[in-house]
Design a protein around this ligand. Structure first.
Ligand code: UDP
Ligand code: MG
Length: 308
């Protein structure tokens, strides 16, 4: 395949990124120029500051820049999807606006792609993010690898290069719960990895907090495995075995010693324990049913209000 005149699409989801947008453009454009033909698609994910005005400015001054404004904040995953859907490039690179994904890696990614890799992952070598975030992220990846058949690469965000073929595959995945890391990983294809040290945010604030990250992790688990549903079969079976053993013991004791009626403690323990277990399993069922409900409504993943 001739990849000399190929087009590289860069997709940038932006939510209130007015503070970094200039730095972003000054750093990325010379790099892209050195690589070849390119387009940048800025997806304004319902910003409440003047991010959109700034995007407009760049689109007016450079034909290679396009802007999509979503009708409200749909979340990064939806914004990325919007960008992927409208990208035209032979290779597509999603990148964060805050320069935590160094644009300097792009030439190397493109080189690997020209060598024939369909996916080039950019994996961070280190995570200097504080103990709790590091540990919880590590635990999440371990769990995901155990419970799901989809291999989600550790310490890898959405920053990667994807061949057009990969993008077309991803566009066929129309699920509403958009756990992009999982969706990317699900599609497979010949993959290689390059490593980098992830810098701090250039300016502005992160949009993630622990609650959001927790929801995000649950999305990942519930959309890529049904193990949480199946596990109740085994828990149920184990409890039944114990119940049978304990029941036999009580029965024997009553037959031998007669009925002397104590047993308040054991009854209470069992009622509470079983009640708890049942509520837990109902919660898990609820997670899946909620997702089925959301999918069945078939609403669009994002809504574009303006496109320039
Ligand atoms: N982002 C978005 N919609 C959101 C939240 C974030 O498009 O609802 C974008 C944000 O503008 C940035 C990228 O997603 O370009 C990563 O966000 P952030 O830097 O806050 O995440 P972190 O790097 O802390 O994981
Ligand atoms: Mg960031």
């Amino acid at each position: 395949m001739n990849k000399e005149n190929s087009l590289i699409s860069v997709i940038v989801p932006m939510h209130n990124e007015t503070e970094v947008i200039e730095q972003f453009f000054t750093r990325i454009t010379p790099i892209l120029d050195s690589v070849g033909n390119w387009e940048i698609i800025c997806v304004d994910d319902g910003s409440t500051d003047d991010t959109w005005q700034k995007i407009t400015y760049y689109t007016e001054n450079n034909k290679q820049v396009r802007g999509l404004r979503l009708s409200r904040n749909f979340g990064k995953e939806a914004a990325l999807t919007a960008g992927l859907d409208s990208s035209k490039g032979d290779a597509v690179i999603p990148i964060d606006a805050d320069l935590q994904d160094p644009p300097e890696l792009i030439p190397e990614m493109v080189e690997k792609w020209q060598q024939g890799f369909k996916v080039v992952l950019a994996t961070r070598r280190s995570r200097d993010e504080g103990w709790l975030k590091r540990k919880s992220a590590g635990a999440f990846y371990k769990l995901m690898q155990k419970v799901s058949h989809v291999k989600i690469p550790e310490n890898t965000g959405d920053f990667r290069l994807m061949d057009r073929m990969v993008v077309e595959t991803i566009k066929k995945m129309t699920e509403r719960t958009r756990f992009m890391k999982g969706i990317f990983a699900w599609s497979g294809y010949t993959t290689t990895t390059i490593f980098f040290d992830r810098p701090e945010r250039a300016a502005g604030q992160t949009k993630w907090n622990y609650w959001k990250l927790w929801r995000f992790a649950l999305d990942g688990i519930f959309s890529f495995t049904t193990l949480p549903l199946r596990i109740w079969t085994y828990i149920g079976a184990t409890i039944s075995i114990f119940a049978f053993i304990y029941g036999s013991i009580i029965l024997l004791r009553t037959l031998i010693y007669g009925n002397n009626l104590p047993g308040y403690t054991s009854i209470m323990v069992m009622i509470l324990f079983l009640g708890g277990i049942q509520l837990l399993s109902l919660g898990v069922l609820g997670e899946y049913i909620g997702r089925i409900y959301r999918e069945s409504k078939n609403r669009p993943i994002y809504v574009i209000e303006e496109s320039i």
